[in-house]
Design a protein around this ligand. Structure first.
Ligand SMILES: C[S@@+](CC[C@H](N)C(=O)[O-])C[C@H]1O[C@@H](n2cnc3c(N)ncnc32)[C@H](O)[C@@H]1O
Ligand code: SF4
Length: 452
């Protein structure tokens, strides 16, 4: 249960006890500076770089090993698609940019700069806007960090994954823990306070004690932000088949639940506020970009397999979920022919939009405030939808869910059970919306005279 949802939100390509007082979560929302929800005139931008030097044994992201050097054409197409989608969305301000992958630190710094220049030509991109680059601590890439900084990146997210060299080998990583520590050090020197690290737990052969020691070591070198992901065994990966064949074994759910809880406590003691299921920050270093997903704001996804959610201009005011073509060579052809590689567009009706607000918002420690909900659902507030449900009352009595004058959110212990709570909450939401639509249908049409 814990497994699915701890790893369910690692970004727009496919991306846990007591003691966390509500005062802390109020502080988090102030820290984040994220008060109002979506404005159709602004969006964040995700840019996917689909190439990696090799395949890690656990990864099922949309990534490819490059067959030839196509950096020039990739750069041109990323710029062209950025331009097309910005025009289509009529977005006038880009609030943050995230270069993810794959391994975007394989891209040339000039490509990153060119994409940012394209953004700035078509929308306002403030000097202070967060621009994140995911970095693999592969030794041959580390010398490029300074160049990325000059290209406009101001935040690095480093894929440390583990500080155990044996584990890094099993995971198929092409770096050692020493390389990872050096990359973190170099990034911190360039961007103090703006470096995040990704680390995975629940790895083959990992014990609770070794995980706690490793986290301690990581915290002594890392900066102000850390993302913890529980390793998911993804079908089709090498690791999945190794575990199926009994060649490797991963800790069971009971152990990973303890690992998660102990990590939360260790991080809290070391001054990191948990602000989302997998994310922890100190000194206010919350990821502004990821916050736009959790707040159901508009985001544009550029590059092979990227996802976006925004309102395209001139086709009704309907937010759409858009997915770009997965395969880079096909995507390149489409961008060259028609300016973008959008493969699928799903219009999001009112219910779909509210589902997104609910599912994403409950991942945050602050949950969903009444003000935020009302922006998307002016006709029905959180109390009207959820208060009368026996299931919701039961979750409240079990101290897993809180519905009060601030809004709807998980308790500290409830956050670990979010995925088991969501089906009920979604059913409740759907039933409410459907009832409302039926009542609207049955209501007799008003005669013109009624309005006069
Ligand atoms: C897809 S990677 C891209 C970043 C970069 N290429 C790297 O490997 O560090 C983004 C993050 O997703 C997480 N991730 C990828 N596959 C995962 C899996 N099967 N289970 C849990 N986390 C995973 C890793 O922590 C990784 O840092
Ligand atoms: S480097 Fe990152 S994206 Fe590439 S295969 Fe490894 S985990 Fe996946």
């Amino acid at each position: 249960m814990l497994k699915t949802f701890l790893t369910a939100c690692r970004g727009p390509v496919l991306f846990v006890g007591r003691g966390f007082s509500s005062d802390v979560s109020v502080g988090v929302s102030k820290l984040a500076g994220f008060s109002s929800p979506t404005l159709s005139s602004e969006a964040s931008l995700y840019v996917h770089w689909p190439y990696c030097l090799r395949r890690c044994s656990y990864c099922n992201f949309n990534k490819y090993i490059p067959r030839s050097d196509n950096q020039d054409v990739m750069s041109e197409c990323l710029q062209r698609e950025t331009e097309t989608l910005l025009r289509l969305s009529h977005v006038s301000r880009v609030t943050s940019v995230f270069f993810g992958g794959g391994t975007p630190s394989l891209a040339r710094p000039s490509t990153i700069a060119a994409v940012l220049e394209t953004v700035a030509r078509h929308a306002a991109l403030s000097e202070s806007a967060e621009v994140t680059l995911e970095v693999n601590p592969t030794p041959i890439l580390s010398s490029k960090l300074q160049d990325f900084l000059h290209a406009g990146v101001n935040r690095f997210s480093i894929g440390v994954q583990s500080l155990q060299d044996e584990d890094l080998k099993v995971l198929g990583r092409d770096h050692t823990s020493q390389h990872a520590l050096e990359t973190v050090g170099e990034a911190r020197a360039l961007c103090p306070g703006k470096v995040s690290v990704d680390v995975m737990f629940g790895r083959p052969g990992q014990s609770i004690a070794s995980w706690e020691l490793e986290l301690d070591e990581l915290l002594s070198v890392c900066d102000d932000h850390i993302s913890l992901y529980q390793l998911t065994l993804e079908r089709g990966t090498q690791l999945f088949s190794q575990v199926q064949k009994g060649q490797l074994s991963v800790p069971g759910d009971d152990i990973t639940a303890i690992m998660y809880e102990s990590a939360r406590k260790i991080l809290q003691k070391r001054g990191y506020l948990q602000y989302e299921v997998s994310n922890f920050a100190k000194n206010g270093a919350i990821s502004q970009h990821n916050m736009s997903y959790w707040k159901a704001s508009q985001y544009i996804g550029v590059g092979p397999g990227a996802h976006g959610r925004f309102i395209p201009h001139g086709e009704g005011a309907c937010r759409e979920a858009r997915t770009q073509t997965l395969e880079p060579e096909v995507w390149v052809r489409e961008v060259q022919q028609r300016g973008h590689g959008t493969r699928r567009r799903i219009p999001l009706q009112h219910l779909g939009q509210l589902e997104e607000v609910l599912v994403m918002g409950l991942r945050l420690i602050d949950g969903i405030t009444h003000q935020h909900w009302q922006f998307f659902s002016p006709g029905a507030d959180l109390h009207q939808i959820f208060s009368s449900s026996c299931e919701v009352q039961d979750l409240q009595q079990r101290d897993l869910l809180i519905l009060d004058n601030r809004g709807l959110r998980c308790s500290w212990q409830g956050l670990a059970f979010l995925d088991s709570m969501l089906p009920n909450l979604l059913l409740q939401l759907e039933a409410h919306i459907t009832r409302g639509q039926e009542m609207d249908r049955k209501r007799p049409p008003q005669s013109l005279g009624d309005n006069n």
